[in-house]
Each structure stands twice: as C-alpha cells, then as structure tokens.
Design a protein around this ligand. Structure first.
Ligand code: IMP
Ligand code: MG
Length: 178
C-alpha cells in the first residue's frame, strides 16, 4: 500500500481491511449473543457509517430492522462541535432495542445528540456500536457498548470516512501525514 493524496493533504496506510473485518466479526458475534431473542432496530448514522454498517449487518444473524439518520459535524479535518441533522428519525422506537451504528466516536458530541433524541422517543434500551474510537478526543461520559478499534487522535480517511467529501470509497483506512 502506498501513500495517497486527497485535496491538499497526503495520507499514509494505517488500518488494513483485514483488521477492520476481524473487529467487525467480534462486534457482530457479541451483538448476536447479547441480543439473542430480541428484534433490534439498527440505526445507521450517515454518511460515515455506510460501509461499516453494510459489512456489520451481513454478520448479524438476529431478526432485525435497519433505519438511517444523517448528521454532520465535521468540516475539513476539524469537528465544528455543532451537529446538523440532515435526515431525521422516522421510526416508532417505543419499547424497542436500538443499536446505533457509527463509524467513529471522536469528541462524542454527535453520538450524545443521537442518544438524547432516542431517550426522548421511549426506546427500551439503546446500545452503541462504533468501529473506531479516539479515547484521547472523547469529551463525554456515556458508555460505548461495542468498540472495534481504539486509535490515536489523528485524522483518518477511508472505509466510509472522508476528508471534505472524498476518500469514503477506500477499502482500507489511511492516516494524515503531518
Ligand atoms: P464527534 O461528534 O466529534 O464524535 O465526531 C463524529 C463524526 O465526525 C464521525 O461520525 C465522523 O463522521 C466524523 N469524524 C470524526 N473523526 C474523524 C476522522 O478522523 N476522519 C473523518 N471523519 C471523522
Ligand atoms: Mg459518522
């Protein structure tokens, strides 16, 4: 694997798909056993999570529903700390088990926003599954139930994650070269 250029920045290979796939396997197995006997709703947070969600859901053996919300908080390589909701919740989740699927929890602001909305909508229980987690950037205190890979506080692209709109299609994850 070689370095790539997106807009004005260079990115180097960081996490290969094989490693992502193993982490996804672990999360799926855990969810399949933790939610045995339930019919959860998976809530995919667009855009970044589309690739992880696709791969994770193929490994889920539970009867389930899949729904989508679209939020945005990043501009360029920085979080704006303001979350804009672009497509809203349209499902009745009263009394349901909800599993939120995220690509990455960074500051944790986006996820907090989703959790608050779900609480007010009467879900029976809400769990979080994220492929990536940046512990050094996390500013919140809620529990994250399923974490694929913990990473340092560097900006990354690929496997759904973008830099100003590009890089989401990459199969592997790349890290910014400073
Ligand atoms: P948070 O609100 O700071 O936790 O950021 C969450 C959202 O920002 C994620 O769902 C991603 O879409 C985006 N994000 C966070 N870190 C990165 C990164 O390193 N590269 C690309 N997007 C990121
Ligand atoms: Mg995201």
């Amino acid at each position: 694997m070689t370095n790539i250029k997106i807009h004005d920045k260079i990115f180097e290979p960081n996490i290969k798909f094989a490693e992502i796939d193993l982490a996804t396997d672990r999360i799926a197995q855990k969810i399949n056993s933790d939610l045995k006997g339930k019919t959860p709703i998976f809530l995919v947070i667009l855009n970044g999570s589309f690739m992880f969600a696709g791969d994770l859901l193929k490994k889920i053996t539970l009867p389930c529903e899949v729904s989508f919300v679209k939020l945005a908080s990043y501009e360029g390589t920085k979080s704006t700390e303001k979350v804009r909701q672009l497509i809203g919740f349209d499902e009745d989740i009263t009394g349901r088990s909800v599993i939120i699927i995220e690509d990455i929890v960074d500051s944790g602001i986006t996820m907090e926003n989703v959790l608050k909305q779900l609480e007010s909508m009467g879900a029976a229980d809400v769990r979080i599954a994220t492929l990536l987690f940046k512990p050094a950037a996390f500013k919140k205190s809620y529990r994250i139930d399923y974490i694929g890979i913990e990473i340092p506080n560097d900006f990354i692209v690929g496997y759904g994650l973008d830099y100003d709109g590009q890089g989401r299609n990459l199969k592997d994850i790349y890290k910014i070269v400073k």
